[in-house]
Ligand binder design. Sequence first.
Ligand code: SAH
Length: 232
Amino acid sequence: MSAQENRVMALSEWEDRWQEGKTGFHRSEVHNLLESNLDKVVCGRNEVRFFFPLCGKAVDMKWLADMGHTVVGVEISEKGIKQFFAEQNLAFNEEPVPAISGAKVFKSTDGKISIYQCDLYKFSSTVGGKFGGIWDRGALVAINPCDRQKYATLLMSLMNNDCRYLVDTLEYNPELYKGPPFFVSEEDVKNVFGGGCDVELLESVDAFEEKHKSWGLDSLTEKVYLLTPKAQ
Ligand code: SAH
């Protein structure tokens, strides 16, 4: 039983973070573990359709689009989405999403990046199609621990047969910090994705930084796994 099992963040708390500028999770550079493992996701394919669950304003979206891939993200905060387009100097259009009440989609005018502004659990392959690649950073670790199976089932339903899903996780002592980001072990990943996917640990790095001391932590390990659909 994890110390964090019952912790719940409301959607409004995420929006508050955006309003208050408390977005310490955001990185201004392309993520090193996406960069070092991109070949294993792309596998020589061109124009891969990438999915970014809980995308925030990740600069990785622009980086992949510049390589010729297309990107679809889902993010609850309109403020975060608008900051993404402004900071990346991308013109965009805004449209309602008839299938999801209250949702909007923000699309770069070149059509390469679309970000749905809605609760992730309302998104589906009916709305956004299926994907050849997924980059999950600050997503599996950000959702409420009680929602992990629901999350994994949704993400697996968005995977094409040739999909490569890269997921970034954090391991630390969950007794010391309440999260998010939450602690996610290899066993947790296998428990929720193992039914539909093969799970391979690709890289494990010491990610402890000065700021983690103020969280009360003394160590932090970042791990990326590659998830591939099991042969049917
Ligand atoms: N992946 C991004 C953001 C990580 S923080 C990055 O690495 O920088 C998690 C993000 O998910 C926040 O921007 C928050 O607003 C958003 N979010 C949290 N729960 C959500 C939900 N249920 N549906 C859509 N977005 C959500």
